[in-house]
Design a protein. Sequence first.
Length: 275
Amino acid sequence: MKKFLIIMIMFSLSLSAQTHRFIYEYHFKTDSTTDEKRKVSMVLDVNPDDVKFYNYDFVVTDSINKTKGENNVVWDDTPALTRKKNSTINTNYIMVQNMFIVETNDKINWNLKDDTKMIGGYKLQKATAKYGGRNWTAWFTKDISLNEGPYKFKGLPGMIFEIYDDKDNFKFSLVKSYKLPKTYETLEILEKFGGQNPVKIPESKLRKMMLDNYNDPLHTFKEHYKNNTNPDARFMVMGIEVKRPEQLKELSEMMQKNIKKNNNPIELDKAIHYN
C-alpha cells in the first residue's frame, strides 16, 4: 500500500485573518479510454469567510511575480472555484478564450459508513455519495473539525483526506497542510486573472460557447490571421506555423479531435456530446 505523507499542523479554528492551506495530489484522466493519468498539486485555502480551490502552479507563478516584479500568467484545465464558508454555491472560473464565471449549487448527499482506517496518525471514516454522474468514496477525519474537502466535496463531519470515483478516473489525496499568517490574496491569479474581469454567465450559455468553440476552434485566430498586414508576422497553432490559409481546415480538425478525445469532465453528467 502506498505510504501517505501527511504533514499536518494542529491549529485553533479561530476567526483570525488566516489561511489554512491544504495541498492535495490530484490524479485524473482526461481520456477515459486510456490508463494514462495526469498528476498535479491542488490548493484548498480555507479562509475566515470563504474557501478557494485552484492549481498550485498559480501560487508558484504569483510568488515569482511578487519577488521578481513580473506579470506572468498561467492557466490550465484543472478546476478553479470559490465559495462562501458553509455554502454549497460554488463560483467556477472557466476559460473559453476569455475568462467566465458560472455559479452552481452543489449539495452532496453523503452516506456515512462504519469502515475506518489510519493515515498519518489520523483515524479516517468512510463515506460514499453519488455526484456529477459518478460514484464517489471519501475518507474523512473528525479530528479536524472542518467540513471541507477538495473541489466541491464538502459537508461531511470532518476534513476529507481522500476521495476517488469507482471507475478510477479521479482521485484527490491530502499530502500537506500548513497555516499562513494572513488571508492569502488571489485577486491577480484567480478572480481577476491576467487583469480580466470575468463575465458571469449561466451554465446553458457556457455549454453553447463550448459547442461553438468546438465547431470553429480557430475562430479568433482566423480573424487575426485574416486582418494581419505585417508580412513578417508568424502565426503558430498547436506548435505548427501557419503559412497558408489551407492549413486552417486541417488544424481545426486536429483541435476538434483533441477536444473529443479529452472529454472526460469530473462531473460526467455535464459532459458535452460533440458530433
